[in-house]
Design a protein around this ligand. Sequence first.
Ligand code: CP
Ligand code: NVA
Length: 308
Amino acid sequence: MTHFLDIDKSNPKALRGIIDTALEMKQARIGSPKGTLDKDQPLSGQMVALIFEKPSTRTRVSFDVGVRQMGGQTMLLSGADMQLGHGETIADTARVLSRYVDLIMIRTFEEATLLEMADFATVPVINGLTNRSHPCQIMADIMTFEEHRGPIKGRKVVWSGDGNNVFTSFAHAAVQFGFDLTFTGPEPLDPDQNLLQKARDKGINVTIERNPQKAVQGADLVVTDTWVSMHDPQSARERRHNQLRGYQVNTDLMSNAKPNALFMHCLPAHRDDEATSEVMDGPHSVIFDEAENRLHVQKAIMRHCLGV
Ligand code: CP
Ligand code: NVA
């Protein structure tokens, strides 16, 4: 069973294969209307369940469109409307869904939910974001970086802000793709130290630099994300804004990175909080390419999982 649960649970060859497939499939569709079917229909006859226990725009639409382009069918399920949201166990849900569908994508809260789903499902399970990680996003980000700037191996990626789920997947990717990673943010919002240590143990240059101006020096890529994630209590909002204000990605900060540095944000963004509109809409920004590449890379991930 080939699940896609996290970037650190895969291997460089498989991940590279996914990106290559995504690039080929993207190329093959150039000029086609979005609703046109792909020439090859690898998901023909396949049914995919898309389960959301949290809101989503990109993940929802890109998976749905991607399945259809490849000839499959989708079923969009909200966690709250399923018995899952009313006490049925994850294990039973996984076993039941496996009798109806060929693939499950789930966006949920606890990582344990995803892992239990994968343990009990007899079809592949894809992680569409948990409190802990967001691997599909970072696969799209690696693809986007390489389309613009060539191999990411040996480059310097700087994360400014909260050490959250999206950062975790960047740390996993640093190991698999071999890039340097610097975190800059306030100490209370540091990423998990074990995560950083694991990357260092594999020979990856991972650093924490409290001063954002210093952190971005020599950066090939500057990344940020929302200051308050979907799983964070809204009561933390004001405190987080105070803690993170100094880590906003603005033109001044970008001017300390390499002149041709890229700027990424997985979106949705809170414009003029974590990043200014000037940066988001400016020459370094590739935020909408990232969003587009979710579609292409997830199509490749689904093919990888289904072996088609
Ligand atoms: N980046 C991302 O996963 O966006 P959605 O929450 O809209 O799916
Ligand atoms: N860190 C954000 C990412 C949203 C795609 C969240 O979890 O809300």
